[in-house]
Ligand binder design. Structure first.
Ligand code: PAF
Length: 282
């Protein structure tokens, strides 16, 4: 079956109802486009788990702050369409902002505690934008399963919490971060890095490796691990640390002493580009 490209909410919902009537399991991969191997991996996982693969491409204005990169966020509709076709996508949902936020739009989905720390500190309102658009995409595409990358760890935790709190009957799957051969986590924003910054960007993955090594050698003091990561990042030019956090995997609350499972989450500016990465230390 050739891939269908749908642009309106009404037609997308009609299609989803049709799949459900046929007894087919729907899988959704929500994206903001500029597709890379990380997104393709999400699609592969979804394909295996479901009968119909829907991918949404929507650069959501509601999750960008006034001084953020909404206008220059990389876009490549033609390239994305080709990549989606190759990945075996059944339906590509590509709405406009006017289509998604029609008329006198006034609803926001807001979560409390899990949206307080980490990225939320420098990006106030960001997760309200994410949860609102993801809730809308769920209502529009009616998935049984939705798949997200673990690179945006807080986003995955927030969406998992929302689905639980709002009794949405959707299975959320988190997929491991796909990396370049040298370890840099794949991200649409890597495009902003010049060659020297690209080299410095490796400090994020090196930090995760360092923290894991310290843990393996028996270090459990969060402050000492953070200090070592801080020192490592500072050795790389063009870097500015936004946060280095050791936190609980689902509540995202800070921890002082590492236990069985801890998330190390980082946000680091390299030049003007803000990069995030994380790992589970266990
Ligand atoms: O991770 C993203 O690309 C976006 O935050 C998402 C989940 C598609 C919501 O706009």
């Amino acid at each position: 079956m050739p891939m269908e490209i749908l642009k309106t909410v009404q037609v997308m919902q009609k299609k989803a109802h049709e799949f459900i009537r046929q007894g087919l399991k729907i899988g959704l991969v929500p994206t903001m486009g500029f597709l890379h191997e990380g997104h393709i991996e999400l699609m592969r996982v979804t394909r295996k788990e479901t009968d119909k693969l829907i991918v949404s491409i929507f650069v959501n204005p509601a999750q960008f702050g006034p001084d953020e990169d909404f206008d220059k966020y990389p876009r490549d509709s033609e390239g994305d369409i080709k990549k989606a076709q190759l990945a075996g996508v059944d339906v590509l949902f590509m709405p406009t902002a006017d289509e998604m936020y029609q008329g006198d739009y006034q609803t926001t989905v807001h979560l409390d505690k899990v949206t307080r720390g980490l990225c939320a500190i420098s990006r106030p309102g960001h997760f309200d934008g994410v949860t609102t658009v993801v809730a809308k995409l769920f209502n529009i595409t009616m998935p049984h399963t939705a798949v997200f990358g673990r690179k945006d760890y807080q986003q995955l935790a927030v969406i998992s919490r929302m689905v639980k709190d709002l009794n949405m009957d959707i299975r959320i799957i988190g997929v491991d971060t796909v990396r370049e051969p040298d370890g840099l986590a794949m991200s649409s924003r890597n495009k902003y890095l010049n060659p020297d910054e690209r080299k410095s960007a490796l400090c994020l993955k090196k930090s995760l490796d360092l923290a894991n090594r310290m843990f393996e050698k028996g270090e459990r003091d969060a402050a000492l691990i953070k200090q070592a990561v801080n020192d490592l990042i500072r050795e790389y030019p063009f870097t500015r640390i936004e946060y280095i956090n050791l936190c609980h995997p689902s509540t995202l609350e800070d921890i002082n002493t590492l236990g069985d499972e801890t998330i190390l989450a980082l946000a680091v500016y390299v030049g003007k580009t803000r990069l995030i990465d994380n790992c589970l230390i266990k």
